[in-house]
Design a protein around this ligand. Structure first.
Ligand SMILES: C[S@@+](CC[C@H](N)C(=O)[O-])C[C@H]1O[C@@H](n2cnc3c(N)ncnc32)[C@H](O)[C@@H]1O
Length: 396
């Protein structure tokens, strides 16, 4: 059973206007996120120098590209190199350094989003040496989106995501591949999936008629793991239409479509379950683009909503599993006491905790991040611990 999203759910209907050859023109603004259309647009081509592009974009002018497609990509790379040279001042307080980095990241996202490409009917790009990106655009903007103007940076993301969706990500715990859709949090890190695949299930969760809720299901990977482990019925929720469609697609491909129901809702569905599972975004900070929404949880809202909702959705004898890394603690954005106080204040008891260390390359090697000195998020990742917290209602 699945709930389909509305087609082109997040493509916006605002317009971009500019003057070209003395004529005023306008086209719909295509975006997969919430970015507003640029107010000022100038028409440019291969004659534009990177330093001038940097100056124009910093002054708030977006650049509608009429030159060679590969030239636009080179311009974007040149802007990235210039942005990477900007430094963020480190502060003794890691939280202050982190917020400065987030601001720099937001600035970078804005500037890079200002190189624009016009897309024709069915997303055809009428520029020299332009590749065929129609299928990737349909997946990102929806089949019904009108021709319009989009940021090249977003288009390149759509092309990369399309390829990823086609190939899928190998999940050893499933013995299968998961196919992430554009904009859906991809399970590229297996350690948290393994935690869910290996933690001891409460007896109630594998009894006949057992029910689990997978809250914030993303690609549906953890819902599929629970179904594979023998939970009779899983209700997987997500607030994002793209994630709902993606999870439904993946559970169907894996043959669990009759046992996993995917619904679009805010946190919990109605009713109670023997196992409540949630892997919320791990860092309490504001996302700077829709693609960051799987990583950043504004003010830790989803974490708090899940934890506080546990007593009202857990059956007697049931367990709640919270998958969370200590990144936020390492960045000075949350203390361990604040987390345990949240459990305590929600009437929960901690039954146990299973810890693991990430195996993804950035955790092992660290990563300088994108400019602005060393990225505090990347530094924190080298020491990160990911935990599965087993929680139950105190009064059950
Ligand atoms: C870190 S991702 C985890 C995805 C998946 N469970 C996994 O482990 O790979 C968090 C997910 O929660 C979803 N989400 C965020 N806020 C939500 C809310 N209020 N209700 C339901 N889902 C939400 C996001 O769209 C995203 O798919």
């Amino acid at each position: 059973m699945t709930t389909a999203p509305e087609p082109g759910d997040s493509a916006a209907a605002d317009a971009v206007t500019w003057v070209e050859d003395g004529t005023s023109r306008s086209a719909p603004w295509l975006t997969t996120g919430s970015q507003k259309p640029p107010k000022k647009v100038v028409v440019v081509d291969d004659a534009l120098r990177a330093d001038d592009a940097m100056r124009l974009t910093s002054e708030g002018a977006a650049l509608l590209w009429r030159g060679d497609y590969q030239g636009a990509r080179q311009l974007l790379d040149a802007l990235k190199r210039r942005l990477d040279r900007l430094r963020v001042k480190a502060d003794p307080d890691p939280a202050v350094t982190f917020h400065r980095h987030r601001q720099a990241r937001g600035h970078r996202t804005r500037i890079l989003g200002m190189v624009l490409i016009e897309l024709g009917d069915d997303f055809a790009v009428d520029l020299r040496r332009a590749p065929d990106i129609r299928a990737a655009c349909r997946a990102a903007y929806g089949d019904d989106a009108a021709p319009g103007v989009a940021s090249l940076q977003e288009l390149l993301g759509a092309v990369g995501a399309h390829e990823w969706r086609r190939r899928g990500v190998e999940i050893p715990a499933l013995g299968a591949r998961i196919h992430p859709h554009y904009g859906v949090f991809a399970p590229t890190r297996n350690e948290y999936v393994d935690l869910v695949a290996e933690a001891e299930l409460p007896a109630a969760a594998t009894a006949p008629g057992s029910v689990a809720f997978d809250i914030g299901t993303g690609t549906g990977v953890l819902a599929a793991v629970l179904a594979r482990r023998g939970v009779a019925r899983v209700v997987a929720t997500d607030i994002e239409a793209r994630a709902v469609a993606c999870a439904a697609d993946n559970v169907d491909r894996l043959g669990y479509g009759d046992r996993v129901e995917v619904v679009r809702t805010d946190v919990f569905p109605d009713g109670r379950a023997d196992l409540l599972l949630c892997n919320p975004p791990w860092v309490p900070a504001s996302p700077t683009s829709s693609l960051e929404m799987g990583v950043f949880d504004r003010r830790g809202q989803m974490l708090a909503d899940f934890v506080r909702g546990i007593p009202g959705h857990l059956t007697d004898g049931g367990e709640a599993w919270l998958v969370l890394s200590d990144l936020a603690e390492r960045l000075g954005l949350r203390t361990r006491e604040q987390l345990t106080d949240l459990f305590e204040g929600s009437g929960l008891t901690v039954l146990g905790r299973v810890d693991t260390r990430p195996r993804h390359p950035r955790a092992v090697e660290g990563d300088a991040g994108t400019g602005a000195g060393r990225d505090p998020l990347a530094t924190a990742r080298t020491a990160e611990v990911v935990s599965l917290w087993r929680l139950a209602s105190r009064h059950a």
